[in-house]
Ligand binder design. Structure first.
Ligand code: AMP
Ligand code: MG
Length: 355
C-alpha cells in the first residue's frame, strides 16, 4: 500500500488535490489513525496533527512528534454534534447555541470531560477542548474514522503553525506517518478557544470567531482572558511563547499610522547602521515608504482576513532568509485584528514598541 504514495523521510504524502485518488488518500489516513498512528490533515484554521483522541498511546505520539510540553492539552475534533455526549459530562445550553451558529468553524469549546477522554488528551485536566472543523477533508476524515481525533497544530513546538502541507513536512517529516495535502488554509490562524466551564464565558485564545460575535450569539457578557506571567495561567497554552521566528521580531504598534511608519523607518535605520540585516513585515500600504534588506508584504490593511491568512507563512518565509532582525507593523485590535495581534505579540515576546 505504501509503495503507491510518495514519501519524505518515511512520511507518506497523500495528495488530496488529485480527485481520482482523494478517496484512497482518506481511506489510507483512516487506516493509520485506527491503528494508533499520526496523520496531519488540513483544517480551515491551520493543519492539525491527528491521532485517535480516545487512544492514550496514540495521543502520546503527538506530544513526542511535536516536542510539545506534556501539560499543554489537545483539541478534540468531531464531525457531528452528537459526538459531544460521549466526551462531555454536562453540555450547557450555551454550547448548543454556539455549536449551531459557529460549527463547523473556527471555535473550540472547553467543557467538562467524561472519563472516556484519556488524561493524555486533556493533559491531566478535567475539561476537554472540542471543535468541529469546517474543512471538507477534515470532516471526511473524521466521518470515515468514526472516532474523535485529537489534533494540535502540526508544527514543531515553538515554530509558526503550518498553513500548507509543505510546512508540516518541513517540521515533521520522518516523525508522522502521513500528511494529507489539501492546499492552503483559508483562515490561517488557530481557532478561538472559549471556556464554558467558568461563571461567564472566557476567551482563552482569540481567533476568527470574535468576542463580539460570541457575545451577540449568547446574549451575555463574554470575557477575554489576560495572562501577565502570573501563575497559573487561565489556559496552559498561554504560558508558552509560540510562533517565535528565528530572528528577534520587533512589533511597532500605535493608533496613528504615520507614527508607526516613522518609527519603523527609524528602527530599521538604527539596526542597519549597526550592520544588521533587517527584514520588514509590513502591509501593502506601508511597504512603498520603506527601505530594507528584505520586505515581506503581509497584505492590505483593509483586509484583516488576508493579513491573518498569510501571517504564519510569512514568518516561515522570513525564517528562510538571512535576516538578523525583523520589524513588524501593528494593526488595529478590533474584530479579527485581535487574533492577528495576539499572534504578532507572541512572535515579538518582549519586543513591543508603542508609539
Ligand atoms: P493547538 O492545538 O496547538 O491549537 O493548541 C490548543 C490550545 O487550546 C492550547 O493553547 C491549549 O492550552 C488550549 N486548550 C486545550 N485544551 C484545554 C483545556 N481543557 N483547558 C484550557 N485550555 C485548553
Ligand atoms: Mg499550536
Amino acid at each position: 500500500m505504501t509503495g503507491k504514495w510518495p514519501q519524505k523521510k518515511g512520511t507518506i504524502y497523500l495528495d488530496a488535490g488529485n480527485i481520482t485518488r482523494k478517496k484512497q488518500a482518506i481511506d489510507y489516513a483512516v487506516s493509520i489513525i485506527r491503528r494508533g498512528g499520526l496523520v496531519a490533515f488540513p483544517t480551515e484554521t491551520v493543519y492539525g496533527l491527528g491521532a485517535d483522541a480516545l487512544n492514550p498511546q496514540a495521543v502520546l505520539k503527538i506530544y513526542k512528534a511535536k516536542g510539545r510540553p506534556a501539560d499543554n492539552p489537545l483539541i478534540v475534533h468531531i464531525a457531528r454534534e452528537s459526538e459531544l455526549e460521549q466526551l462531555v459530562e454536562e453540555i450547557p445550553d450555551d454550547a448548543y447555541r454556539l455549536a449551531s451558529k459557529f460549527w463547523p468553524g473556527p471555535l473550540t469549546l472547553i467543557l467538562k470531560s467524561t472519563e472516556k477522554v484519556p488524561l493524555e488528551t486533556t493533559a491531566g485536566l478535567t475539561t476537554v477542548a472540542i471543535r468541529m472543523p469546517a474543512h471538507p477533508l477534515a470532516l471526511e476524515l473524521l466521518e470515515a474514522t468514526k472516532r474523535p481525533i485529537a489534533a494540535p497544530s502540526a508544527n514543531s513546538s515553538g515554530r509558526p503553525s503550518p498553513t500548507m502541507a509543505e510546512h508540516v513536512l518541513a517540521d515533521l517529516s520522518g516523525k508522522v506517518d502521513a500528511v494529507i495535502d489539501g492546499g492552503s488554509c483559508r483562515v490561517g490562524l488557530e481557532s478561538t478557544v472559549l471556556d464554558l466551564t467558568q461563571k461567564e464565558p472566557l476567551i482563552l485564545r482569540p481567533g476568527a470567531v470574535t468576542q463580539e460575535e460570541l457575545a451577540a450569539c449568547l446574549k451575555k457578557n463574554v470575557n477575554q482572558a489576560v495572562y501577565q506571567g502570573d501563575s497559573p495561567p487561565p489556559s496552559p497554552g498561554m504560558k508558552y511563547r509560540h510562533y517565535a521566528p528565528r530572528a528577534p521580531l520587533f512589533l511597532v504598534n500605535g493608533e496613528k499610522e504615520d507614527a508607526v511608519k516613522a518609527a519603523i523607518a527609524a528602527l530599521c535605520q538604527k539596526f542597519r547602521r549597526q550592520g544588521r540585516k533587517v527584514a520588514l513585515l509590513v502591509s501593502a500600504e506601508h511597504a512603498p515608504y520603506h527601505e530594507a534588506d528584505i520586505i515581506e508584504i503581509l497584505g492590505s490593511r483593509d483586509r484583516p482576513a488576508e493579513l491573518s491568512r498569510r501571517l504564519f507563512m510569512s514568518l516561515r518565509l522570513l525564517d528562510d532568509t538571512d535576516a538578523e532582525v525583523i520589524i513588524a507593523e501593528g494593526y488595529p485590535e478590533k474584530g479579527l485584528g485581535v487574533a492577528l495581534m495576539n499572534r504578532l505579540r507572541k512572535a515579538a515576546g518582549e519586543n513591543i514598541i508603542c508609539v
